[in-house]
Structures are given as C-alpha cells and as structure tokens.
Design a protein around this ligand. Structure first.
Ligand code: NIG
Length: 423
C-alpha cells in the first residue's frame, strides 16, 4: 500500500544539463511525458510511475512503461486531472535569513533607488547590505530562525521545496555563526530542505580597518565556521567595487577550498572584475549574478564545469540589467530573495523573468529551476519526477509546462508535496 497516489498527472520532463542530449530522446514541445501517469509515493520517495488507466494525452506510450495498469492502492489519492506536475523548485541562491519583522526595513532605500540613486552608492554610504547587517546583529538567533521559517513557508506555498540560504549579514565571527546557527535551527521545522551557505565575504564592515577585517574573516571566522559546522557546505563572497576585491575574494575562496569547503561567488553584478575566470580556476560550483559579464567571462564559464546562476528579480528591482546565459548549458536561475536587491520569494516569477530577459527558452528556464540547481547543490535525488526520486512535487492546473513561464504573477502551485507530504 502506497501512502499517496497522484493520478492523471502530466509529468514535466527536464533536460538534464549534465546529460548529453544523445542519451535521451528530445522532449516534446510542451515539456511533458507523452502519456498521463499515476505517481505512487511511499514515505518520502516516488515509488512507482505508470501510465494512467484512463485517458492518454498522446498515441505512443513511453517505451519503459507498461501501459494502462490499474492504479496502485494507496492511503490517499489526488486526481491531477491532466494538470502538469513539476518537480519541487530548487532555489539555489537566497539571502532569506535577515531580521525585519514587519517586512519594510529597506523601504527607504527603495525610494532612493526609484529616485535614481545607485545600489553601490547606498552601500558606500553605509546603507543597503549594512542596514541588514545592523538589524541582524541586533536580533537573537531565535528571532532570526522564526522570521526565516515564515519566509521559507511562503516559498514552499509557491512550490519551492529546496532552498539554499546564505549567512552574510553578520560580518563578524560571532554574528556569522549566529546566522548559521539560526539557519541550521530552522531545518527540523521546515517541510522542505535547507542548504546552508557561509557567505563570509558579503561586504566590508566600515567601522573596521579593511585589511584587519579581511584578515579576521579569513583567519578567524572561516576556521570557526569549519570547526562548528564542518566543511560540507559552500563558502561564498561578493566580489565587487565597494565590496570584496578580486584578490581578497580569491584569497578567501582559496583558503576555503584548502579547508575542504566548496566555493561559490557573486560576480559581475555591476562590474566585470575578472572574477569569473578566477572562479573557474578555483573550481567554484557556481558564479552568480553575471549582469555585467563580458563575452570573455561568459566564454570562460561556458568552457567550464562551473554553473552560471541568473538572478533576474534583481535586475527587475535594481536597475533593469540582466544576465544573458543563452550560451551556457550548466545554468540555473534563483530568486536571490533578500530585502534589498530582490524582495521576491517566487521561483515562478524568476522563471517568467528568465524566459524574457536572460536568454532561456521557457522549458529551459524550468530546467534551470529544478534539475540543474539540484545538481549544483549536489542533491541528485530531486529535481526530476522519477521513480526513486524524493517526492517533492508541484501540482498545477496547467496543461502545457511552458505556461508556467508564460503566465506570470499567479501562483500556479495548486498543491505542493514535500518529502511525500501535502503541505
Ligand atoms: O546578491 N549583491 C550582494 N548581495 C545580495 C544583495 C543583498 C542585499 O542587498 O541585502 C545580492 O544581490
């Protein structure tokens, strides 16, 4: 007896970035399997997928499946009624842990941006990221956890079942550890999955001498994170004018690699600093942002195993500039959810924007929100609807997967299933 059976599902099929096209037939234009299927879930896993006994959406059943079997018995059945079932979205870049109980602490900054003041000017004047640093330093760990959980649950309701969450608003050993503890403490209370990243090089504390601040981060904060949390996570930095320089970023990331961390980096958000080729040399998992990348930066990325991550909500909110990742195959999109540059929790919005602004076709944008980021985060048990995969699913009433990118501003996640449970 299965725990849950979803009948008459139109299953979205990603093209897997790492898998050569030759190993599987091209997918159909609407991005779904040729027949409606029943998905049987046992515990947290998709146990079985078979063609539904009823209607078929196309004449040819998939060759690997025996057609038309009676539905497997299950404790609970949900009829998808021919709606597309997507893998749960994997949001691989967020700053969802910050302190802002009323959701408005950077509204003044937005007013400045609307009046034409650049993001980096606001940061240089001690606002922007530094406003959130002050708020996080004043908050308790429990307050951070509680607010983070509120945001994670909003994300879950919009179909995001795996969320990467960065620290980075602490900028001291004590406060970075506090953020990481707060993120870690949210795990047992969240139905989805949290992936934690130590964003140790996010900004420079203006109250501390620059060289001393960088040394403390590399020589004290980084080892303290390793000793409390181990090295099974990524270390991240923001390489930009007014933030971490190229050399400072490379030193932090190289030291992190030497300790056993994987590394990621925010690069080319406003300025191409030469970080992309250096990140590739360092074996970074990803380079995120890329709005100001040169053709040479993108070529270096395209020739590497490092993922490019587009953050289009940031372009929409900050200044209308977007990464163009059309030349990459290893590419993801993410919300970049944060109170300053991307106040949006919705992967559906990111998908819609990426399909319009970042060089993704609609189905490619959905791949870049599911299978690709699952690979980037090393979570190969998800991101596709397959037997043996974790049953993180988004049920919709859409009949063509491309409509997810077409119809923006609605929540298409009618039912979300995380680890086998309806949320
Ligand atoms: O990725 N640019 C650096 N970090 C974030 C913004 C954080 C903030 O403004 O609070 C980003 O856009």
């Amino acid at each position: 007896m299965h725990d849950l059976l979803i009948t008459n599902a139109r299953i979205f099929e990603p093209d897997f970035a790492a898998q050569p096209q030759a190993e599987h037939p091209p997918r159909r234009a609407d991005g779904t399997r040729p027949e409606l299927c029943d998905i049987a879930i046992s515990g947290t896993i998709i146990a079985h997928i078979q063609p539904s006994a009823g209607v078929s959406s196309a004449p040819t059943p998939a060759p690997t499946l025996a057609p038309g079997l009676a539905p497997a018995p299950a404790r609970r059945t949900i009829d998808a009624a021919g709606g597309v079932v997507f893998p749960g979205f994997v949001d691989c870049h967020t700053h969802a842990c910050w302190s802002d109980p009323h959701g408005d602490h950077r509204l003044d900054e937005w007013a400045m941006k609307l009046a034409g003041r650049p993001y980096l000017d606001i940061l240089a004047a001690g606002g922007g990221i530094m406003s959130s640093v002050r708020a996080v330093r004043a908050a308790t760990e429990a307050e951070l956890t509680e607010q983070l959980l509120g945001r994670l649950n909003t994300m879950l309701r919009h179909g995001t079942t795996t969320v990467e969450v960065k620290s980075g608003y602490g900028l001291s050993t004590r406060d970075e550890l506090k953020m990481l503890r707060a993120i870690d403490a949210a795990r047992p209370h969240f139905r989805g999955t949290i992936v934690m990243t130590a964003l140790l090089g996010h900004a420079l504390d203006p109250d501390i001498d620059r060289a001393r601040f960088v040394r403390t981060t590399i020589d004290e904060t980084l080892p303290a994170v390793a000793s409390e949390f181990g090295t099974d996570m990524s270390v991240d930095a923001f390489c930009e004018q007014g933030a971490w320089s190229l050399d400072e970023t490379c030193e932090l990331l190289a030291r992190a690699r030497a300790l056993g961390f994987s590394v990621r980096v925010h690069a080319d958000q406003f300025t191409s600093m030469g970080m992309v080729p250096r990140a590739v040399e360092l074996g970074a998992l990803s380079v995120d942002h890329l709005e100001a990348s040169t053709p040479q930066d993108i070529a270096a990325l395209a020739a590497s195993k490092t993922f490019g991550v587009a953050l289009p909500a940031c372009g929409l909110h900050v200044d209308g500039r977007f990464a163009n990742l059309a030349r990459l195959t290893r590419r993801c999109i993410a919300t970049n959810f944060n109170p300053g540059s991307a106040p949006s929790a919705s992967m559906q919005m990111a998908i819609a924007l990426a399909a319009r602004k970042c060089g993704f076709l609609p189905l490619e944008a959905i791949d870049a929100a599911t299978a690709n980021p699952a690979e980037l985060l090393g979570l190969t048990d998800r991101g596709r609807v397959l037997p043996g995969a974790r049953s993180d699913l988004v049920m919709s009433s859409l009949t063509d997967a491309r409509s997810l990118a077409l119809r923006f501003g609605e929540n298409h996640a009618a039912i979300v299933i995380a680890a086998g449970r309806v949320v």
